[in-house]
Design a protein around this ligand. Structure first.
Ligand code: URA
Length: 248
C-alpha cells in the first residue's frame, strides 16, 4: 500500500457515519495485531476461510437489520390506511430466509393478530409450503402493503407507494435469493407491469438480481380451485430453484 509512494492516508479514512459495530471490530483487530507484534510475530497468514468469515462479519455489521426497518416504520401514518387499521402487519419468519413470500395486504384476521397470512388464505399457504417441504419458520412472509385496506378492497397506488420503501428495506435486510410474489398485485408491483398473473406466472423473472417467481394468490386459489394445478407447477419451480441455491 504505502510502498507505491502514494499517500494512502488521504483516502484511508473512515466515513463519519461508520456503524459502531464495525469500529468495534476494527478496534479489536488492531489490539490483536499489536499484541501479536509485541510477541515478536511479524507475519500473519490468513486462510480463505478466515478471510471469508471476516468479510461476513463486516457485511453483517454493516447491513440493515430488520428490526431497524421496523423501528423506522414506527406507528406509521404515511397513508390513509392508518386510520382504519388495528395493527400494522410488518412480516414474520426467518430474518435470514433464502426465500421470501410477498402477498398483497393484510385481511381481517391479519389486522387483528398483527401477523401475515393467518386466516383461510394463510392456511392454504401453509399447505403449499408443506407440499415443497418448507416450514413457515424457514421462510419470511410479508405483504406489499402493511395495513388492512377497509373491507379488503385492493390497495391503492398512493398506499402502495407509501409502503414501498419499507418493503425494499425489508428485502435489503433479509437478502433473499428467491422472492415468490403471491398474486396479481404483488407480481405487478415488483415487475412494474399491468400484464395478467396468468401470463406472468410459470417463469422466473428477476427483481434487483433476485429470482422472482410469481404464482396465484392463495385467496384466489380458494375461489378458483381448478387453478391449483398451475400453482403446484409454480411451487415445484420454487422447490427446484431453492434446492439449487442450497447446493443440493
Ligand atoms: N392476503 C394477503 O395478501 N396477505 C395476508 O397477509 C393475508 C391475506
Amino acid at each position: 500500500m504505502g510502498q507505491g509512494g502514494g499517500d494512502y492516508k488521504k483516502w484511508l479514512t473512515w466515513p463519519k457515519d461508520y456503524p459502531e459495530e464495525i469500529l468495534n471490530i476494527i478496534g479489536l483487530l488492531k489490539t490483536n495485531l499489536e499484541y501479536q507484534k509485541a510477541l515478536g510475530i511479524r507475519h500473519i497468514q490468513l486462510t480463505q476461510q478466515t478471510m471469508q468469515s471476516f468479510k461476513d462479519t463486516l457485511s453483517e455489521a454493516h447491513s440493515i437489520q430488520l428490526e431497524d426497518v421496523r423501528k423506522e416504520l414506527g406507528d406509521c401514518r404515511r397513508c390513509k390506511l392508518h386510520a382504519t387499521r388495528k395493527n400494522i402487519v410488518f412480516g414474520a419468519g426467518n430474518q435470514r430466509a433464502n426465500i421470501v413470500f410477498v402477498g398483497e395486504a393484510p385481511g381481517r384476521d391479519e389486522d387483528i393478530q398483527g401477523k401475515p397470512f393467518v386466516g383461510q388464505a394463510g392456511k392454504l399457504l401453509n399447505l403449499m409450503l408443506e407440499a415443497i417441504n418448507l416450514r413457515r419458520e424457514e421462510v419470511y412472509i410479508c405483504n406489499i402493503v402493511k395495513c388492512r385496506p377497509p373491507g379488503n378492497r385492493n390497495p391503492q397506488k398512493d398506499e402502495i407507494e407509501a409502503c414501498g420503501p419499507f418493503l425494499t428495506r425489508q428485502l435489503e435486510a433479509i437478502k433473499p435469493r428467491i422472492i415468490c410474489a403471491l398474486g396479481t398485485l404483488a407480481t405487478q408491483t415488483f415487475l412494474k407491469t399491468e400484464e395478467s398473473i396468468s401470463k406472468l406466472r410459470g417463469v422466473i423473472h428477476t427483481y434487483h438480481g433476485i429470482r422472482l417467481i410469481p404464482t396465484y394468490h392463495p385467496a384466489f386459489l380458494l375461489r378458483n380451485p381448478y387453478k391449483k394445478r398451475e400453482a403446484w407447477e409454480d411451487m415445484q419451480l420454487i422447490q427446484k430453484e431453492y434446492e439449487k441455491i442450497r447446493g443440493k
